[in-house]
Design a protein around this ligand. Sequence first.
Ligand code: HEC
Length: 104
Amino acid sequence: MKTLVLSASAAVLSLGMIGSAAAADGAALFKSKTCFSCHGQDANTPIMPMYPKLAGQSADYALNQMKDIKSGARNNGQTAAMKGIMAMVSDDEMKAIAEWLSTL
Ligand code: HEC
């Protein structure tokens, strides 16, 4: 059990170290998956007042919201706008984008 916990935190640590590579991927994905078209190039200037600013958001929080919007667990009038696009975004891609958002 102890080994499990230790290797889990090692994984978190190494994730932190490759942070810049993940950040680059996240930025590219944010463009290629068209996220910017609603949330703004800088993830901080959404096209509609009701759309959220994402820059600087906690990576864990952002990732969970993306997963919930994709699965439908988070569902309100505004999530419908984004849900369709999430069908093209994998868990790994969501993770990379979430990491990048948290660095802004
Ligand atoms: C068609 C417009 C649109 C596109 C494209 C879009 N989103 Fe969204 N996104 C929204 C809207 C609207 C919400 C707010 C949903 C709500 O009100 O619950 C949202 C919410 C979010 C949230 C949760 C923010 C929070 O504070 O809870 C994240 C994270 C997010 N989007 C990331 C992305 C990413 C990453 C992409 C690209 C893969 C993307 N979005 C593409 C419209 C869009």
